[in-house]
Write a protein that binds this ligand. Structure first.
Ligand code: ASP
Length: 435
């Protein structure tokens, strides 16, 4: 059975990285469907090609000379081609792109060239067949992937060639125009192709050996996550953990194809395995993530009015302003709305004024600067007393809890604290429950 392997930008930053990729692919002959990002940063101060292409597009749009920026892009690709002595006609490719340079250049086409050219180079280097994502990943006009058309196209291609390199991040609309996924979308391309080929595994190669239990900027050298379930990963990425693109899971989850996140620079490290049913029971906590800057709006209602009536009226206001609620803890005569500051942004005062004006509402209290911390772990459900332990850690560390929520299936416990106590809370939970 074949494996789908996706390499991120840092795994393709220069010819040396290309060589590491080749060694990885040649080490296992089942690594036959290869997806690549655009060239990434070679060091901290470098730029990602995708960013440079967006910048090129912005120059063109505003009528500013774009050549200087675009030349940096060209140099990066020429360097890889020349270092590796590849038979790819970059001159032709670049002049075709430059022929489209105008104020009205299609930005999606321009930006997709980063992946397109990376795949051209990689296919030549590996001796694999280049398959343009515009002929493989199909979107409907509403931007949704047309799975059937994509699967049929892949099956057709695999009839004649087994080893392919596909650019990630883009596909095409029914009229053939290029359409980009959102940033980081090559992860999704890999996942779609893993499903379409019914791959045994989807390997996602990056520059770290899998996921860490928590943010290393807050806890120094946190443990690695060995195994994680699809659902846990969703919870963690939703709560701010910087992992795979959030749409990566869906295609592979359906067929229960595991994802293995691996490190191109340390290929023997086992990395993190994402599956439907991880067997590892050794860790109670799988991961800790969180986000700052939530707003809590507490609504106090008249005692005689049924709570449901007021909740409905308040939710109508939120629907009117298109504001999403994260959590809604409640007590007998009041309930709170926990909303991300980004979400409510400039509409906060209008929303609060409308809620205050409701007949059944006696008062509204707004509190800003709340951080939510999510403690995620499939094994927590097996362990009574987890919440008690967690709250005693907060007590011992003098951290005031403002909100508590437990998600269904006991997969996560979410605690709200003041922004200023966010890092302290994560450190304390890690020390108390993970270390
Ligand atoms: N190159 C694109 C980005 O930087 C897509 C990707 O790498 O997945 O977002």
């Amino acid at each position: 059975m074949q494996k789908v392997v996706k390499f991120g930008g840092s795994s393709l930053a220069d010819s040396n990285q290309f060589k590491k990729v080749k060694a990885i692919i040649e080490a296992d002959s089942s690594r036959s469907i290869v997806v690549v990002s655009a060239l990434g940063k070679r060091n901290k101060h470098d730029h990602k090609i995708t960013d440079l292409l967006y910048l090129t597009g912005a120059h063109l749009k505003y009528g500013v000379d774009a050549n200087q920026v675009f030349n940096i892009v060209k140099e990066r690709y020429y360097e890889v081609k020349n270092d590796l002595n590849l038979d790819v006609y970059l001159e032709q490719e670049f002049s075709q792109i430059e022929d489209n340079f105008s104020k009205n250049i299609d930005e999606e086409y321009l930006v997709s060239r980063g992946e397109y050219l990376a795949a051209k180079l990689m296919a030549s280097f590996l001796g694999y067949t280049f398959v343009d994502a515009k002929d493989l990943i199909f979107f409907d006009y509403d931007g949704k992937i047309n799975e059937n058309k994509t699967y049929e196209a892949l099956q057709d291609i695999l009839k004649t060639t087994k080893r392919i390199v596909v650019p990630g991040f883009y596909g095409s609309y029914p009229d053939g125009k290029i359409h980009l996924l959102s940033r980081g979308g090559s992860d999704v391309t890999g996942s779609i192709l893993a499903k379409a080929s019914e791959a045994s595994i989807y390997e996602n190669w990056t520059d770290v050996s899998g996921f860490l239990v928590t943010d290393p900027r807050i806890v120094s050298e946190p443990k690695q996550i060995k195994e994680i379930s699809y659902e846990e990963l969703r919870e963690l990425s939703y709560m701010g953990a910087n992992v795979l693109h959030e749409d990566t899971i869906f295609p592979v989850q359906e067929l229960e194809i595991p994802i293995n996140v691996k490190n191109t620079n340390c290929p023997l490290d086992p990395g993190t395995i994402i599956t439907s049913n991880p067997s590892d029971k050794s860790q109670i906590i799988t991961g800790i993530a969180g986000k700052k800057d939530y707003v809590s709006i507490t609504i106090l209602k008249k005692q005689k009015t049924p709570k449901l009536t007021v909740i409905k009226q308040v939710l109508d206001v939120l629907v009117k302003y298109n504001v999403n609620v994260e959590h809604m803890p409640s007590s007998i005569d009041s309930f709170s709305l926990i909303i991300s500051s980004n979400e409510i942004n400039k509409r906060l005062y209008e929303v609060v004024a409308e809620i205050k004006a409701l007949n059944e509402v006696t008062d509204v209290i707004v509190e800003q600067g709340i951080a939510l911390v999510a403690v995620v772990g499939r094994n927590m459900a097996l362990k009574p007393g987890m919440s008690a332990k967690l709250f005693s850690i907060f007590g011992k560390n003098d951290i005031n809890i403002k909100v508590i929520a437990q998600a269904s299936q006991e997969l996560s416990i979410i605690v709200g604290v003041e922004n200023s106590q966010f890092e302290k809370a994560i450190k304390a939970i890690y020390e108390g429950l993970v270390k």
